[in-house]
Design a protein around this ligand. Structure first.
Ligand SMILES: Nc1nc2c(ncn2[C@@H]2O[C@H](COP(=O)(O)OP(=O)(O)OP(=O)(O)O)[C@@H](O)[C@H]2O)c(=O)[nH]1
Ligand SMILES: [Mg+2]
Length: 242
């Protein structure tokens, strides 16, 4: 068992997942794939590899990315890993960037992979996707008063001791808003967070799961949290903190 584990949520990623798992062999890390009963047999493909450092959690049905991550976090914490990373299955995140972030891990609670800073980049995304992503970070930053430069990215490294201080069961968002909510929760912990530039490359295989519903969930929840912040609702109650 390695001291770090990477959680990879999957839904219909049979064209990418095996390549990614093999690429991850370059670094010292265990892998937990959390699959939502993908019809394309993603889960079975991973099991067929039969690697001792790779596990698959079958989540049973399509429950969303947030539920998948929370199941993964709970298992990773139970198993006493020191660092818990998260990564997309579609090849958009690089193993090299993950290694850089793991190297930074011991000095902070959360390492965020950031596309929108010097040294970071996004390849093959339409202008519309770039604007949507940048707007999401800008809007969430204003609403929640958080000055981070990529709040929606999925490449992160969390220190297990910091994750253990969070009440994971109250993290309720289930689309890409989940990434924003994690940073919101860690902000309540006054966690030490750092940002590292990463290279993001649009998937070459499979389909994006981005949908209007996911964008709406993020807009609705971030607006609600922003109003609660301004009105100081629950100001005395740091409900993410155990
Ligand atoms: N378990 C699980 N994983 C999911 C679900 N939705 C998305 N994922 C995974 O989450 C990761 C990110 O999803 P993507 O579809 O690549 O979304 P994205 O990167 O924002 O969008 P694209 O750039 O268009 O690919 C991928 O590994 C997906 O397979 C889900 O409902 N359940
Ligand atoms: Mg993607």
């Amino acid at each position: 068992m390695h001291k770090s584990v990477v959680l990879i949520p999957t839904y219909n990623e049979s064209d990418s997942i095996v390549h990614l798992i093999n690429d991850l062999r370059k670094i010292d890390i265990d892998i937990i794939v959390i699959d939502d009963d993908s019809p394309d047999q993603t889960s079975q493909l991973v099991k067929n590899l039969d690697y001792s450092h790779v596990r698959v959690i079958d989540n049973g049905a399509k429950k969303g990315i947030g539920t998948a991550y929370i199941s993964g976090f709970k298992i990773a914490l139970q198993d006493d890993y020191e660092f818990v990373a998260t990564m997309d299955a579609d090849g958009s995140h690089s193993v090299k960037d993950l290694q850089k972030m793991l190297n930074q891990g011991p000095t902070c609670d959360v390492v965020m992979g950031v596309r929108w800073i010097k040294g970071g980049s996004v390849t093959n995304w339409s202008l519309h996707r770039k604007l949507l992503s940048q707007f999401g970070t800008w809007y969430a930053g204003k609403a929640l008063k958080m000055k981070y430069r990529d709040l929606t990215g999925g490449l992160r490294v969390y220190r297990a001791t910091a994750l253990k201080r969070l009440n994971l069961d109250v993290i309720g968002s289930n689309g890409y808003c989940f990434q924003i909510e994690m940073i919101r929760a860690f902000s309540q912990l006054n966690a030490h967070m750092s940002e590292i530039p990463i290279t993001f490359v649009e998937r070459e295989h499979g389909k994006s799961k981005m949908s209007k519903g996911i964008v709406f969930e993020a807009f609705y929840l971030v607006s609600l949290w922003g109003i609660q912040r301004i009105l100081k609702v629950n100001a005395d109650k740091l409900h993410y903190v155990k």
